[in-house]
Design a protein around this ligand. Sequence first.
Ligand code: CP
Ligand code: NVA
Length: 308
Amino acid sequence: MISEPILRGRDFLSNLDLSQDEYRIVLETAHAMKRGAFRDREPLKGKTLAMIFEKPSLRTRTTFEIGMYQLGGHALYLSNAEIGLGTREPVRDIALNLERWVDGIMARVYLHSTLEELARYSSKPVINGLSDLLHPVQLLADYQTIEEVFGETRGLRVVFIGDGNNMANAHIQCAVLSEVELEVITPRGYEPNALILMEALERGAKVRLSHDPRRVRGAQVLYTDVWVSMGQEEEASQRRKIKDFEGFQVHPEMLEEIDPQGIFLHCLPAHYGQEVVEGATLHPKSRVFDQAENRLHAQKALLYHLLG
Ligand code: CP
Ligand code: NVA
């Protein structure tokens, strides 16, 4: 049984836009979507989602577009080359136009403040499809995957190793909701956002920051992401960064150190030879392609609750 839509008209810019109860309901809906709920009904019939992309995407674009289609709605792809956020016209005007035509806006942007501006001026829900600060829809799929393996997440040892980037920040926020024991291992100088960490700790999240890759030992979930995120590809700084991350690569020997029943996750795309090697994503402990599949189910759940 899926509940009636519970987030009608709301924005989803961060995982903490959901209460713990709402987070539970969205994940239960995601599991039900995967089992085939609504396969022959169309809860979003006639609804349209605008999808704005300032950066490239495989998973986010494909899963939002197919997700809308499977729920009976329609998705519209708007590249930044076409609409020129803040260059061809102000973000405010784009929001004030789109809200007249569509039922929701999903945006992948450089600056998180662009999402906040879209949300300020659009009366229709705005969904964060990745910003420099957070990637909250990814975390819904990640926790759907983790729950498929472990059921209950409270007290699980989740280790994020790599750059203190948008994925690390989103993990820290989600730890408030999932009640896992999260450790974020980064090189010194690459720690996650301090304000996000402080807020999560104040809200009871169990998060520890450290700098030693050997601390992956015993992890039930080991997670990594690229060292060089989209928009940071400038040649010289990239080379410096890769050097600073020596010892932080996930490889099959590292996966031997985690819990025998532990799993390895990566949001993808992978930069093979940097944060991960192919032997890790193809390792028996890897669940990265289940995780990618779950982007579809988790986002269908989110879309149903926001736009239904
Ligand atoms: N993980 C993820 O968001 O993938 P894309 O960049 O391909 O959308
Ligand atoms: N940190 C990565 C995540 C990609 C899904 C980036 O922002 O490029």
